[in-house]
Design a protein around this ligand. Structure first.
Ligand SMILES: [Zn+2]
Length: 333
């Protein structure tokens, strides 16, 4: 298989082409944007500093609600927001029934060390089982989502995003924080106020991708129609700070280990919390012939926050058969 000599994208990635040197079209396209990056990142840090100063208010009990998976990136995001801003944070953990036991220990250690309140939301198993069984065998969501993640991941993350936003609206929390890595979400979207019109459209698209017998019982995660009018003035900002703060995987691990965080030994190379990811990766690879994390990892290699060999090691290896078998058996596949 041909792989870009600059990033890690393979020839099987949709829309890709290579020049005579072996550099891919995605790398060529990104060149200019990246040249301006260090300055741009500093601008975003300043923007967030000012925005937080202007926006936080004693009227709400929390400044941030953070989508907290217990993985390394969301853990580091909590630490950063707490230490830099002294922010009052509510961490919301979506229990997808595949959270590694070590991750639960990590979550408790981290929120207690940082002095952060934490909430767990767990949908009933028959419903989650039906959703994941469906997503394991089918591409449920619009095509562009397949470039970035497996259907299983997109389903799970869609619920997480909706649930955090819904809770932010109900509790009048002005910021929603995500721990997207610098390769997962672009700098340009890293500080963005939620637009009720777009939110409503996204929710419709998401629900339409699911059969009614699954979409309807998921109502507890979605934004009720009445909220668009009732809470129109409290739609929060979405923030993903790792796009504009220094990002170094080894450094991040060291810092969060200081909070009692330990890397689980039973997750795949691209997750530090989820026991379903190996099966999700394998299914995506079989159907599409590229790894669902390859775009994220290629972006990070290009940005210089990960070296190419580390990227290759994360993407071009087989999924652990024991991890795949565990998930398959639990889902009854
Ligand atoms: Zn490339």
């Amino acid at each position: 298989m041909k792989i870009c000599i600059n990033c890690v994208l393979p020839e099987t990635f949709p829309g890709i082409s290579f020049d005579e040197m072996g550099v891919c079209s995605y790398c060529r396209r990104e060149e200019l944007a990246l040249a301006m990056n260090p300055e741009k990142k500093a601008q975003y840090r300043l923007k967030l500093d000012n925005l937080i100063r202007r926006t936080v208010s004693q009227d709400s009990a929390y400044d941030f609600i953070a989508a907290y998976s217990g993985g390394k990136d969301s853990t580091y995001t909590l630490k950063l927001l707490k230490e830099r801003y002294g922010a009052r944070i509510l961490a919301l953990t979506f229990d997808n029934h595949f959270v590694s036991p070590q991750t639960w220990t990590n979550i408790k250690n981290v929120v207690d060390r940082l002095g952060i309140d934490q909430l767990t939301f767990r949908l009933n198993w028959p419903l989650m089982n039906a959703l994941f069984r469906l997503a394991a065998g089918n591409d449920l969501f619009p095509k562009p989502s397949l470039l970035r993640a497996s259907s299983i991941c997109t389903a799970c993350i869609g619920l997480v995003k909706s649930l955090t936003l819904k809770t932010a609206l109900e509790m009048s929390i002005p910021f929603v924080a995500f721990g997207w890595s610098p390769g997962q979400a672009p700098l340009q979207s890293s500080i963005m106020k939620n637009n009720p019109v777009f939110v409503r459209e996204n929710q419709k698209t998401f629900k339409k991708a699911l059969p009614p017998e699954i979409a309807e019982p998921l109502q507890g995660c979605f934004i009720p129609e009445s909220y668009y009018e009732r809470y129109k003035d409290r739609f929060p900002y979405n923030i993903h700070p790792l796009a504009f703060f220094d990002y170094d995987e080894e450094e991040i691990k060291l810092e969060i280990e200081g909070l009692g965080w330990e890397k689980p030994t039973n997750t795949d190379t691209n997750s530090t919390n989820c026991l379903l990811n190996a099966l999700a990766n394998e299914g995506h690879l079989k159907r599409h012939r590229f790894h669902p994390y390859v775009l994220e990892i290629a972006n990070m290699v290009r940005q210089g926050v990960m070296n190419r060999q580390e990227g290759i090691d994360k993407i071009y290896n087989d999924q652990d058969p024991a991890q795949v078998a565990y998930a398959r058996e639990k889902l009854g596949l």
